[in-house]
Structure formats: C-alpha cells, structure tokens
Ligand binder design. Structure first.
Ligand SMILES: [Zn+2]
Length: 327
C-alpha cells in the first residue's frame, strides 16, 4: 500500500508507504551504491532512483478504505538518492572543492528535472547522517523528494514570511540575517556568499542555518562562484560538526527552496539550509519526546550563545587541521 491520507486535524497529507517494509535484507558487505558491486556505474556523484519510493510518478490506485470523509490521494511524486562519492566510507569533509561543486550541480540538475513536472509542488533535498537518525548504510548519500503538495512546515513558514513581507515590506530571512550579524554572538562563520549562524530561537542545540548573503529563492539562481562557495560552506559546516566532539556527527540536513509550480515566492522567501543534529552533548542525544512531538512545544536544554561559541571553536580546529584540498 502506498498512498496519501488526509489528516483533517492538521490539514496535512501523510504518506502511507507500507511497501517500504518489504525492503530486502542485503547480504552482508553488499553495498548498492559502491560501483564495485555492479548495481551502479562508475561515478563521481550520481542520481539513483530510490528502489522503494514513498512517492512515485506511476502511483498505484489508493486502497478502497477512502470515503468522502477519509480522503485519500495517489502517492504521486519522486524519491531520488543522491550519491556523494564512490568511496564507501568517504565523508563530506574529505571531498575536494571541485567535487563539492559537482554535488551542487547535481542538486541543481535534479531540482530542475523535478520542477519540470507541474504536478510536483515542493522539491526537498536532504541528508540523514548517522545511526542516531536511523541510517545504517555508511555510503555517503543524501536524498531528494518531490512532493505533489506543499509540506506543512513549508506551508506555515512561507505563509509567515509572506505576512512579514506584507506588514514590513522586507524579507524575513534578510532581517533575521541582519539582526544576527548585528548581535554577532551566534554567527559561526561566513564567506563572500554565505553566512552560517545558530538562530536566536534554536530548539536544536547545534541546529545551524546556512543562508545566502543575497536574495536567492532557488539553489539554481546562485551564480557560478556562489555555487562553488555553497559546496565549500556545506562541507566545512560538516567538518566543523565532526570536530565538535571528534566523531562523525549525526544530523539531518534540510535544504529549503521556495515551492515550485505554485506561485511567486521571490520577494519573501530565501533559499537556505537547516541542520537538525540530534545531539545535545558529546554523549547525550536530544530526543523529541512528548512536549516536542505531542505539543510542538520545543525545549532547548542548552544556551544558544554558549553552543555558538563551541561551534566556532570546532570550526577553528577544523580549519587549522584540515587536510590540503586537491583542486
Ligand atoms: Zn558503498
């Protein structure tokens, strides 16, 4: 069974994808993403259609449990895997500037392909990293979902950014960045094109944002030079995380473009990346428990200005000990 079911309490679609339970147990040591096993060609970076997608462009008919009250819809959409490197245990901070640029170009290419399907309303590149967020496969990869609806969080955030623009005539993301810069203590690092900061209100202790310094709504609108810097900024953010407690730091990395095929967001949205690392210290995991999950009342057990300082120190250690980059 694979379909969308409507939750009238939240006015939100949930993806029901029981087909994903049937994922086969892989033989030990087999990796579908290593070219040596013959499942994928030789590559540097590669798009790979998810073998067990939650969303598909040829969706099955929804089950006959739908009624006028219980609304169902086909699970229309696309799920792709984005392979970062052919090296099974390679990790983002080991990739060169040029390799990172290839990854950025692949995100842009896949974004355009998904956007060209008018039924797709939101294209969402993301990465889950580490066993703490359920990833057992070490091969470096991210994913990309194309949804036929605008997911709830994006619906809320785009609406609030629109309201802010209507009330103030200014872009909310630009104002957040300006105010973070003025305050200064939560800026982690920046370059010509991007600023990495820990937001004032962060609920995740190490939940940094990467925001372009100028107004850009989609990743595809970045200039050539900005695309180079995006790859470097993402890699160095992960390098910073890995230096925080000296292990491969788990995280969810989420990339937010404006919705597609559904209106003009150019004045009030801004392309950005949010990290959601599930740790609150070297050993302790931050669980989204009853208050966070059941009430959406989030609690950060750390002081954002102090964790910003830890992140800056980790970034400086990373930069000081970074292996030379082949160009
Ligand atoms: Zn592999």
């Amino acid at each position: 069974m694979a379909e969308l079911r409507w939750n009238p309490l939240l006015k939100d679609w949930h993806m029901i994808a029981s087909n994903r339970q049937n994922r086969p147990q892989m033989p030990k040591d087999y990796c579908p993403f290593c070219p040596s096993f013959g499942n994928v060609p030789d590559y540097e970076v590669l798009e790979y259609d998810n073998d067990f997608p939650a969303l598909t462009q040829n969706p099955p008919q929804p089950d006959e449990v739908g009624t006028n009250f219980f609304k169902v819809a086909p699970n229309y959409g696309k799920c792709e895997v984005i392979l970062y490197s052919p090296g099974h245990t390679t990790t983002l901070p080991e990739l060169s500037d040029a390799h990172m640029r290839k990854l950025v170009d692949l995100w842009c290419e896949r974004f355009n392909v998904m956007k060209s399907d008018e039924k797709i309303k939101y294209v969402f590149p993301f990465e889950n990293r580490g066993e703490a967020v359920g990833v057992t496969m070490p091969h470096p990869h991210g994913q990309m979902y194309g949804y036929s609806f605008i997911p709830k969080r994006l619906e809320v955030e785009t609406q609030n950014a629109r309201e802010y623009y209507e009330e103030n005539g200014r872009n909310l993301f630009a104002d957040m960045l300006d105010n973070e810069r003025k305050f200064g203590a939560r800026i982690i690092f920046s370059n010509e094109a991007f600023t990495v900061y820990l937001p004032f209100y962060t609920d995740y202790p190490y939940g940094v944002y990467i925001v372009p310094n100028r107004q850009v709504v989609y990743i595809t609108e970045l200039s050539d030079h900005e695309k180079d810097l995006l790859g470097i900024t993402i890699r160095d953010t992960v390098g910073m995380f890995d230096n925080l407690f000296d292990y491969r730091f788990p995280y969810m990395m989420c990339m937010y473009n404006a919705p597609v095929n559904s209106g003009d967001y150019s004045a009030f949205w801004r392309y950005h990346i949010k990290f959601f690392p599930p740790m609150r210290s070297a050993e302790k995991q931050k669980f989204n428990a009853s208050s966070e999950t059941g009430a959406w009342a989030n609690c950060n057990p750390t002081c954002p200005e102090e964790t910003s300082e830890e992140l800056r120190a980790a970034y400086n250690r990373y930069i000081a000990h970074r292996p030379p980059q082949d160009q």
